[in-house]
Design a protein around this ligand. Structure first.
Ligand code: SF4
Ligand code: SF4
Length: 180
C-alpha cells in the first residue's frame, strides 16, 4: 500500500551518538540516500507504485493523530452529541464556528439549533476538539473541501454529523491521550 503509517518509538533519553550530534547527521544522510536510490530504481524500472500515490484511486493511510476538518459526533438517535455550550466557538481562533442554542422541552439540556462551520476559514488546528467537554466535536480524516462557490465551504449541522463508528480511530486516539 502507498503511504503507510510508520510508528516511531522516540526514546526519552538520548544515546551517546545522538548527543554527539555529528554521527546522527550521517545517519540522516544514509536514510535520505536510501530513499533517493530506492525511488530512482523504481523510476528506472517503471515501478513507480512503490513511491507514487495514484490519487484519488489510492489514498494515503493517515496516522491516527491526523487532523482533517472538524465534524460533529452523532448519537444513536441521530441527534448531535453537542450540548451547545459554546466552548468550541469561543476557543476557535479564526471565529469560524456559529452556534445558535435551542432548549430541549422539559429538560435543562440544550442542543444546537444551528451549528455551522465556515471551512474556508478553518485551519484544522483542533482547538475546538480540545475545548469540547462532551467529545462532541472531533477532527475527522476528511480533507477534500473543493467547492464551486463560496457558499459551498459553509458546512451546516446536517453536513457535519458523523457516527462515532466513523470517527473510531480519532476518538480512540483522543482517549489514549487522556489516559496517558
Ligand atoms: S479546527 Fe481550529 S479553526 Fe477549525 S473550527 Fe476548530 S478551532 Fe476553529
Ligand atoms: S464545545 Fe462541544 S458541546 Fe460545546 S458547543 Fe462545541 S461541540 Fe457542542
Amino acid at each position: 500500500m502507498p503511504g503507510q503509517v510508520v510508528r516511531v518509538q522516540r526514546r526519552e533519553r538520548l544515546g551517546l551518538a545522538e548527543r554527539l550530534y555529528l554521527p546522527m547527521i550521517f545517519v540522516g544522510f544514509a536514510v535520505t540516500s536510501r530513499h533517493f536510490f530506492r525511488n530512482l530504481w523504481g523510476y528506472i524500472t517503471g515501478n513507480v507504485t512503490s513511491f507514487v500515490v495514484q490519487y484519488p484511486e489510492q489514498r494515503v493511510d493517515y496516522a491516527d493523530a491526523f487532523r482533517g476538518h472538524p465534524v460533529l459526533v452523532q448519537l444513536e438517535n441521530g441527534k448531535p452529541k453537542c450540548v451547545a455550550c459554546g466552548l468550541c466557538e469561543f476557543a476557535c481562533p479564526t471565529d469560524c464556528i456559529t452556534i445558535l442554542p435551542g432548549e430541549i422541552e422539559d429538560s435543562i439540556e440544550r442542543y444546537p439549533e444551528v451549528f455551522d462551520i465556515d471551512m474556508s476559514r478553518c485551519m484544522f488546528c483542533g482547538l475546538c476538539e480540545e475545548a469540547c467537554p462532551e467529545e462532541a466535536i472531533v477532527m475527522s480524516r476528511e480533507v477534500e473541501l473543493a467547492t464551486l462557490d463560496r457558499a459551498g465551504s459553509w458546512f451546516h449541522k446536517e453536513d457535519l454529523l458523523r457516527t462515532e463508528e466513523q470517527l473510531g480511530r480519532r476518538v480512540g486516539f483522543l482517549r489514549d491521550g487522556y489516559s496517558r
